[in-house]
Design a protein around this ligand. Structure first.
Ligand code: GLC
Length: 435
């Protein structure tokens, strides 16, 4: 009996070691790619990755992240701060590339582009220059470009005799009152306008659009952040009024409304107007969508004397400096940014590709005409401050804007206090590298 124990043990140990080795080698061989977004966007990644694996023989592990950009950033920061070799690749919000770049977490991409079929010239030049390049080094490539848009119920506007979507914010309010009143007489519950007001990055984006369309915004001049201006005050008061005095935006705007909550509300037919990013369009037009064929899309309204403003968003792909398989990871980047996949991303996920050559494609022009007609919105969108410590600025803005929106703090006081706190951050970080 004793004779057999060591043999049995040996076999067992070998088997376990084999399993571990197989597991390790599989893990090492897989390129780990962190993605996030709405469920339909994750589906797109899954299908795309499968095609890549079949074509290249390189296994890929998808790391699924949430939809909220702040949570996605935090998850990645944890791994990168610890110099972990995975994820090898990740999507980065345009708002946080500067932080990742200044922290030296990103591998320069120019050497990989040399000798690759991918050319830098196919991408939106301003996006490459202002977002993807840091101190003259190319550190990211745009997968898709976002800009805020107005979605509206074409059928309801027509029913009430409105020939076109609102150009002014006041027109939007007036249309909403007329249509809500009319619909309620027919027993239909409708909310007027849904938009991102919860305390997160999306609120900073919507604020920049309301403020920008009133001639305001956030500026950092001579290391002095300026937000407490008359134009910003009236824009923020207007946002507050949509919920509390006009009551055309839901009471939970400031507590619950992020991209997907806003999209669900419009998509189930509960809202007349919606502010969202381009991804919502193909979902609204999907076969199982109650608003299929009823969804119009336009530039966001403006205040009298202002011009329509859209915040520049979008997601770039980055290669981790700590990756142990950079060549293979770059092969995946080149595939994801190929004409074929970028075109599929527009058709299947509703994204605005980072490559400009897709916009002249005949299938795209036929199936997604708004991408072409709204092209100007993307070229002129307003950027958030492109500084490595943007996330600190953003969290202060999120807190005070949300306090004003929910009515916890008066608009004047919120913007004044916000500006003071922003000043402290700018003074502290403007000359230092931030991790
Ligand atoms: C979208 C945009 C991104 C923005 C985020 C805010 O994902 O692409 O730039 O920061 O929404 O919620």
């Amino acid at each position: 009996m004793n004779r057999y124990v060591p043999e049995f043990l040996l076999m067992f140990i070998c088997a376990v070691a084999g399993i571990i080795a197989a597991g390790c080698s599989k893990k090492e061989a897989s390129v780990v790619f962190a993605v996030g977004g709405a469920p339909a966007e994750i589906d797109f990644w899954e299908k795309t990755i499968q095609r890549f694996e079949e074509q290249s023989g390189i296994p890929v592990e998808l790391l699924r992240q949430p939809t909220d950009t702040d949570q996605r950033r935090q998850n990645l920061v944890t791994a990168l701060r610890a110099s972990r070799s995975t994820p090898d690749l990740f999507l980065m919000d345009v708002a946080w590339i500067a932080q990742f770049a200044a922290s030296e977490w990103l591998e320069p991409l120019a050497p990989f582009l040399e000798g690759s079929p991918l050319s830098i010239n196919v991408f939106f030049e301003p996006v490459i220059r202002t977002a993807a390049t840091y101190n003259g080094t190319l550190l990211a490539l745009p997968v898709y470009v976002d800009a805020g848009l107005l979605y509206y119920r074409k059928d309801l506007l027509e029913k009430y005799g409105f020939a076109k979507p609102p150009e002014l914010w006041d027109e939007l309010v007036a249309m909403a009152h007329t249509i809500i009143r009319g619909e309620s007489q027919e027993g239909n519950e409708l909310t007027g306008f849904v938009w991102q007001g919860a305390q997160y990055e999306g609120l900073v984006c919507t604020f920049l659009e309301f403020a920008g369309s009133n001639g305001g915004g956030i500026t950092i001049a001579d290391s002095l952040p300026i937000v407490a201006t008359d134009r910003n005050r009236s824009a923020l008061a207007f946002m507050h009024g949509l919920v509390h005095s006009e009551k055309i935006s839901p009471v939970n705007t400031g507590t619950d409304m992020k991209e997907e909550e806003v999209r669900f509300s419009f998509q189930k037919g509960a809202a007349l107007f919606e502010r969202n990013w381009p991804y919502a369009y193909s979902l609204h037009q999907a076969d199982d969508s109650p608003v299929k064929g009823k969804t119009g899309i336009a530039v966001l309204p403006r205040f009298v004397g202002g011009t329509s403003a859209a915040t520049l968003g979008g997601w770039h792909i980055g290669l981790s400096r700590f990756s142990r398989q950079k060549e293979r990871a770059f092969a995946l980047i080149a595939y994801l940014l190929s004409y074929e996949v970028q075109k599929a991303s527009a058709l299947e996920a509703g994204w605005n590709p980072g490559r400009t050559d897709i916009y002249g494609d005949s299938t795209i022009m036929e199936r997604l005409p708004h991408l072409v007609t709204l092209h100007d919105v993307f070229s002129h969108a307003v950027s958030r401050p492109n500084v490595p410590w943007y996330s600190y600025l953003s969290s202060v803005l999120q807190r005070w804007l949300n306090a004003a929106l929910t009515g916890t703090v008066p608009v004047d006081e919120a913007l004044n206090k916000c500006e003071k706190e922003l000043r402290v951050i700018v003074e502290r970080y403007s000359t230092r590298k931030q991790h």
